[in-house]
Every structure is written in structure tokens, then in C-alpha cells.
Design a protein around this ligand. Structure first.
Ligand SMILES: Cc1cc2nc3c(=O)[nH]c(=O)nc-3n(C[C@H](O)[C@H](O)[C@H](O)COP(=O)(O)OP(=O)(O)OC[C@H]3O[C@@H](n4cnc5c(N)ncnc54)[C@H](O)[C@@H]3O)c2cc1C
Length: 209
């Protein structure tokens, strides 16, 4: 269930009631879900990015949402779905030609997706932490094209695109300088925003708020 925070706050006492009321607006869905077996408690989630620990196994490749989801602020969902298919297909074709469908055969795919989604995640974290930086960088001819490149999802080729490294270092500088003119504009996310989710255990999400 995806909703605005202000709607959810009203019903803080009962996530369960809120969920079923919302689902109830679609009777067919309500009926189908009513027959389903629930496997976890409801919970709310502000950042619903997730990563699977392994993106491939013998004879198996996870692409798109099955592999990874990054906060959707820049339409990463469709971008990652399409790009992961693109990179997976290269390894799948080569694996079929060699007749080797072991996990190892998909390692280039795994590496590329981990790298790209890490860059996406860091880029988005910068946006939430200090979004005035985006206006500044997009208006600066030195960085404009590089920022646009990231925004269009060109994140899979470099360990860390130099423009992203530059943005991250400015965020750190602003965080550590209380009298910086941007300091009071820092968003609620802390430097933990830069935690590497690809190392985290994947948890399927039940309720998204
Ligand atoms: C409310 C909402 C808004 C979103 N807005 C955006 C946005 O603005 N921009 C953006 O980039 N992303 C957005 N996303 C995310 C985006 O939709 C997904 O990240 C993207 O669709 C993932 O693509 P996918 O191919 O991995 O999975 P899906 O698009 O979910 O495709 C999986 C397909 O597999 C089918 N399927 C499942 N099980 C089986 C089975 N057993 N047999 C056969 N078929 C099966 C499903 O029916 C589905 O068609 C949004 C998501 C939601 C929920």
C-alpha cells in the first residue's frame, strides 16, 4: 500500500485496518487477498529500496524488481528492469554458446548491476540529503552534462562517476560545516544514506508507506 505520510498518520493505531480499508476499495483484490495466507506482520517503510544477496545462481538470473529496487525518485524501476535485462542477455547468450549455465557464467551481469545500482543509490541519497546541489550542478556548465547522464541512467560503467564523487564530497563538507550557507538545507537523511544496500539482507516488503 503506497500512500502519503499525512494519510497514514491518521491511522497510526492500526496498520492492519488501514491496509484492509485501502484494499477494500478494490473488491476483487480484497476478496483474493482475504483468501491469502499472511506470512508477516504489517509494517511501514519509508525507504523501500532492497537488494537480493545473490543476483544469479546456476541456471538462474534475477532481473528488474526480482533483483533490486532503488528508491523510485528518478524512475529507477523501469531503468533497472530494462538495463538488467540488457546486461543479463549478454551473459545468457554467451553461457548458452559455451554450454555453461553455472552462476559463474553470469558474473559480469552481477558485477555490472551491483555497480550501477550502487551509483543510483548514492546519487539519490545526495538528492535527498542536499537537493539544492542538483540545481547548482545542473546550472554549472562544468557538471551539467555529467549530471544529465546520471539522470538518464548511465550509471553502469564507472566505479563512481567523478561528478557523483564531487557531489558526495560537497555533501560531507556541508555536513561538517555548521556555518555553511547550505547547512540548514540538509535533508533529514544522515550520512547513513550512503550505506551500501547491496550488502544488506534482502527482505520482501509487505506494506509500503
Ligand atoms: C505504484 C507504482 C508506481 C511506480 N512508478 C514508477 C515510475 O514512475 N517509474 C519507474 O521507473 N518505475 C516505477 N515503478 C516501478 C516499476 O513499475 C518496476 O520497477 C518495474 O515495472 C519492474 O519491472 P520488472 O519487469 O522487474 O517487473 P514487473 O513489471 O512487475 O513485471 C513482472 C511481470 O511478471 C508477471 N508474472 C509474475 N509472476 C508470474 C508467473 N508466475 N508467471 C508468468 N508471469 C508472471 C507479472 O504479472 C508481471 O507482468 C512503480 C511501481 C509501482 C508499484
Amino acid at each position: 500500500m503506497v500512500t502519503q505520510k499525512k494519510n497514514f498518520a491518521k491511522t497510526k493505531e492500526s496498520r492492519e485496518q488501514f491496509f484492509w480499508d485501502a484494499v477494500g476499495s478494490r473488491p476483487e483484490l480484497r476478496e483474493a487477498l482475504g483468501q491469502a495466507e499472511r506470512i508477516r506482520q504489517f509494517k511501514d517503510e519509508g525507504d523501500y529500496s532492497y537488494a537480493m544477496r545473490h543476483l544469479a545462481a546456476d541456471r538462474l538470473v534475477l532481473i528488474g524488481d526480482a533483483a533490486r529496487f532503488v528508491d523510485p525518485i528518478f524512475s529507477t524501476g523501469v531503468s533497472i528492469a530494462l538495463n538488467s535485462s540488457r546486461f543479463a542477455s549478454r551473459d545468457v547468450l554467451a553461457a548458452l554458446e559455451r554450454g555453461d549455465l553455472s552462476r559463474q557464467a553470469f558474473s559480469a551481469f552481477e558485477r555490472t548491476i551491483r555497480l550501477g545500482t550502487k551509483n543510483w543509490y548514492n546519487f539519490i541519497s545526495v538528492y535527498y540529503r542536499l537537493n539544492i546541489l542538483f540545481t547548482a550542478f545542473v546550472n554549472d556548465p562544468r557538471y551539467r552534462l555529467d549530471v544529465l547522464k546520471l539522470l538518464q541512467g548511465d550509471v553502469y560503467e564507472e566505479q563512481e562517476p567523478p561528478v557523483l564523487a564531487r557531489m558526495r564530497s560537497i555533501v560531507s563538507e556541508v555536513e561538517q560545516t555548521p556555518d555553511h550557507i547550505w547547512h540548514e538545507l540538509l535533508g533529514e537523511l544522515t550520512a547513513n544514506a550512503f550505506v551500501d544496500l547491496t550488502q544488506a539482507e534482502a527482505e520482501p516488503v509487505l506494506a509500503l508507506v
